[in-house]
Design a protein around this ligand. Sequence first.
Ligand code: PLP
Length: 392
Amino acid sequence: MYQAREMIYLDNAATTRPDPAVVAAMDEVLTDRWGNPSSAHEAGSRAKMSLEEARSSIARLLECNDDEVYFTSGGTEADNWALLGVMDFWRGRKNHLVTAATEHHAVIDTAKWWQEHGGSATILKVDSEGRLDPQDVAKAITPQTALVSVMHVNNELGTIQDIAPIGTVCREREVIFHTDCVQSFGKLPLRFTEMNADLVSISGHKIHGPKGVGALVIRRGLRISPRFIGGSQERNLRTGTENVPGIAGFAAAVGLCARKMPGEGQQIKILRDRLEALILEKIPNVRINGSRTHRSPSILNVSFPGCEGAALLVTLDRRGFCVSTGSACSAGAAGASHVLLALGLDMLSAQSSLRFSFGRFNPPEDVDALMEVLPSLVERQRATAPVSVRGS
Ligand SMILES: Cc1ncc(COP(=O)(O)O)c(C=O)c1O
């Protein structure tokens, strides 16, 4: 039988370990509430009850209305639907969208797809910390613009964008505003009405919930094309039999976040800040990427010039540490992170970076254990890396 080896998991921005309460909630649905929520009998109404309770608990945390929550298969689908659902609805009247160079692939690649398929898109530059000036958004809006999409917390850097002022610009110019909150929902306080957003993407597996479930929050009254055709689920907009076990697990994760949020965030920030301080103290010539003042408590992105991030990752993995070179989705892709390049890093610095991200199940000892090995691994790599990596 496969024997899992000991590991220290520092890649919580990629995904998180499901909380035991999440597993229990999913087990209950799979065992007792496995009916089809659309069925007009007892088994159906049990499942329907789970579905609607889940919708309410997500709406409570976001402070939106229950009927503004539309379940999806995760953040990618919510992002794709937000962009293409709006652009399709406006087809023939407006065809331009605005987004930023540091967005998640689910947004930026969709914007590029839209461009390649007859639409038009402006991809805004960010500053050296990954922040966007709301005035640049204002300048990019034209009479043809239907949508602006700007993420809240960047998944590679942790940089936090001030969403509300961008939403205000969009309202003033009568443009729809979408924000990807996959990395902030459940971790930072978010109030739908205060974000000035029309559409918000969230996902379950970043908050100790299950994979394959998320939601798009659609402001009441906003018109958007349906995601799927055929069926009446999710008020005819996102049809197909709902993933009730996943949705119930997502809601359980959300309930835990609601209870634990301020304290847990503080605990995680202490670990992240300690790792940052130790890296700066013990490893010469490193660079912290992203904003250090406007940053999610759980993410730390560091360049180790003279090293190859991908090689460090593999060596750390052999020692039992799970970290990342950026977004999990870009793992294995050749080249450097589009986010780090957008900050102005050169190719070698961008390729020398690692992302460490913390979650609920990291004890303080994880930082000590990592720092027992990281300085010497970096030193060794710097001594042995080929000139093409060292840059001189
Ligand atoms: C900011 C951001 N948006 C979207 C996604 C995609 O979410 P999912 O994995 O649920 O499809 C991710 C996942 O890495 C993310 O970090």
